[in-house]
Design a protein. Structure first.
Length: 130
């Protein structure tokens, strides 16, 4: 039986694409109002607007795997800031303060900073380091 580890590079790309698509939905919700939300259409240059633009544009760049390492670095920082500014003040426990997704995104994106985009990416097609 073949070792599953031979598929690890492709699974890295799939993880990047799926995580970025789900993350990007937070940006579409804030900036485009889809799906509908109370947080839709924040004031331009507000913290919520900046976060939404980073989620939307950064998420799209990660989906296609373009500028993966620097984008993932910025998004990891965004999620760390989001956790400490929006979630941690509510409660000490992530399961109670709603910040578990922010923590997970922070560390998944931080992993992409070190791993790069995987083989299915524009960075690889353009022979960039990611």
């Amino acid at each position: 039986m073949k070792s599953l580890s031979v598929y690890a590079p492709q699974m890295l790309s799939i993880l990047r694409i799926v995580a970025a698509l789900i993350f990007m939905a937070h940006g579409t919700q804030k900036i485009l109002g889809f799906p509908a939300s109370d947080a839709a259409f924040p004031a331009v240059m507000s913290k919520l607007w900046i976060a939404g633009m980073l989620e939307l544009i950064g998420g799209a760049l990660l989906v296609v795997g373009l500028f993966t390492r620097p984008v993932a670095f910025v998004l990891s920082g965004l999620m760390a800031a989001a956790y400490w500014m929006a979630h941690a003040p509510r409660d000490a426990f992530p399961a109670l303060n709603g910040g578990d997704a922010a923590i997970l995104y922070c560390f998944v994106f931080l992993y992409f900073v070190f791993s790069g985009p995987g083989p299915i990416s524009l960075d690889k097609v353009l022979k960039r380091d990611g």
